[in-house]
Design a protein around this ligand. Structure first.
Ligand code: FAD
Ligand code: NAD
Length: 466
């Protein structure tokens, strides 16, 4: 009987997955609570992830433009002075405003915030903040945390060996920052400190940065970052770090084995990936287990193997992205309410917010070729009038289409505003567009997005401006 339950829906975790699920559930008339152990709502993304990193990327991009000649090229002469405290202050303001906004939305939607760490005590009961709560549906949205690297101990307080949270907070610009892992976090936060004056060396285990992205994009991105002054040690692994005084001495080895070398750093960022948060949840009390990667498996509707328990976001398989978690949050709430909530996991865009930005959606050229014959259209940003005018000529748009049906299978972009441009590609793919559909869609001039139209025209070999 419904009355035996405290809530129709209890969401564990108030990140982009959990808070969105809670809001949608409440909008659908379900009695909803959300357990969150942090002081503020919004999860990794709003507190220590997407938002504070973008605040630092935005501010450091302006500083770099002022300090390194981009403003001068436009006829603006300035000699900037870095006020890092103020830069950190505006980051904290952004976080405060946005996390406070979620608290407002919880109140508006009458969602009860259960403060504390939640742990299962049964299949439909959870202990949180000293209270036992019974819910008809429980959504696990506990997110992820930094993957530790054996031999390299993170201590964010000391500000020498840090994770992404520590790297957002550095009180001074390090002389030499070594980034372990050439993935998204390493390149975004490495870019921030490079722009503010640090020497940055990225140590990557694989033979190229940005695994998972299109091979041509990875290679071109590497070239652009090198041009910006980032240094790379590819096919190299870090096997240890010793902190001595204000320095860290890292031990590096070739990934394939060989003689070790050492590298001295003023700060070290460990960014080798993230792992799902299930510790302390007492999943066994609910009859749940994790897979080999520590994730909770679900079906397409986000049901776990235990009736009434659902899971979404970073804690389940798939890319660890805020918008993926949000879409799953909406879908799971709709499914709980008896509607049909669907997420098309084939069309999840991903964006690296460096300069230029790097974005992709769908299949890489390599993945598409492994499935059948493809046609590829490419257009350089240098030939796009707006990008050229803005001195933003690095990068290209690449469209991968099925050779037989012309259906767009993947779109890859390196451009100053690739993160904004990729939305068009995702929408087109969601509607099953062909490259011809994109090529014959009128795009405003002069915009960076015209490069997408031209790349679509290039699929059939007929772009206008190259
Ligand atoms: P989370 O946001 O991790 O939230 C889970 C919440 O659950 C946390 O607040 C945690 O405190 C809480 N919790 C965990 N266990 C319990 C428990 N037992 N009881 C109560 N509460 C609990 N993604 C993007 O798409 N774009 C970006 O630009 C981007 N930038 C990022 C930058 C950085 C530096 C980092 C680290 C990540 C970034 N991400 C980005 C990834 C993004 O933050 C995650 O994919 C997203 O936050 C996942 O959402 P989630 O709701 O699954 O989990
Ligand atoms: P990642 O998986 O993107 O990159 C980790 C990198 O570290 C990989 O290239 C891997 O080969 C390398 N690596 C692993 N072990 C290593 C070792 N011992 N030595 C050297 N290199 C090693 O992980 P991340 O950058 O930590 O980011 C974690 C997650 O957060 C990602 O899944 C990402 O989706 C998400 N995130 C997204 C954004 C965004 O959307 N803009 C921004 C930040 C983080």
């Amino acid at each position: 009987m419904a009355d035996e339950y405290d809530f129709d829906v209890l969401v564990i975790g108030a990140g982009p997955g959990g808070y969105v699920a809670a809001i949608r559930a409440a909008q659908l008339g379900l009695r909803t609570a959300c357990a969150e152990s942090r002081e503020t709502l919004g999860g990794t993304c709003l507190n220590v992830g997407c938002i504070p990193s973008k605040a630092m990327l935005h501010a450091s991009e302006y500083y770099d433009a002022a300090a390194n000649g981009a403003f001068a090229k436009l006829g603006i002469k300035v000699t900037p002075e870095l006020d890092l405290d103020t830069m950190h202050g505006q980051r904290k303001d952004a976080v405060k405003g946005l996390t406070g906004g979620i608290e407002f939305l919880f109140k508006k939607n009458k969602i009860e915030w259960l403060k504390g760490r939640a742990a299962f005590t049964g299949t439909d009961t959870v202990e949180v903040g000293g209270r036992s709560v019974r819910a008809k549906n429980i959504v696990i949205a506990t997110g992820s945390s930094v993957t530790p690297l054996p031999g390299v101990e993170v201590d964010n307080d000391k500000q020498i060996v840090v994770d992404s949270t520590g790297a957002l907070e550095l009180a001074k610009v390090p002389g030499h920052l070594v980034v372990i892992g050439g993935g998204v976090i390493g390149l975004e936060l490495g870019s921030v400190w490079k722009r503010l004056g640090a020497k940055v060396t990225v140590v990557e285990f694989l033979d190229q940065i940005l695994p998972g992205m299109d091979a041509e994009v990875r290679k071109e991105a590497n070239k652009i970052f090198k041009k910006q002054g980032l240094e790379f040690k590819l096919s190299t692994k870090v096997t240890g770090a010793a902190v001595s005084g204000n320095k860290a001495i890292l031990t590096l080895e070739p990934a394939a084995g060989g003689a070790p070398e050492t590298l001295e750093a003023d700060a070290v960022l460990v960014s080798i990936g993230r792992r799902p948060n299930t510790d302390g949840l007492a999943l066994d009390k609910a009859g749940l287990a994790t897979n080999q990667r520590g994730q909770i498996e679900t079906d397409h509707s986000f049901k776990t193997s235990v009736p009434g328990i659902w899971a979404i976001g970073d804690v389940i398989p798939g890319p660890m992205l805020a918008h993926k978690a949000e879409d799953e949050g909406i879908a799971v709430a709709e499914n709980i309410a008896g509607l049909t909530g669907i997420v098309n996991h084939d069309v999840i865009p991903s964006v690296v917010y460096t300069f230029p930005e790097i974005a992709g959606v769908g299949l890489t050229e390599e993945q598409a070729k492994a499935r059948g014959e493809v046609k590829v259209g490419k257009f350089p940003m240098m030939a796009n009038s707006r990008a050229k005018t803005n001195h933003e000529g690095d990068g290209f748009v690449k469209i991968v289409a099925d050779a037989r049906t012309d259906r767009v299978l993947g779109v890859w972009i390196i451009a100053s505003v690739a993160g904004t441009m990729i939305a068009q590609a995702a929408q087109a793919m969601e509607f099953g567009a062909t490259s011809e559909d994109i090529a014959y869609t009128c795009h405003a001039h002069p915009t960076h997005s015209e490069a997408i139209k031209e790349a679509a025209m290039a699929v059939t070999g007929k772009p206008i401006h190259i």
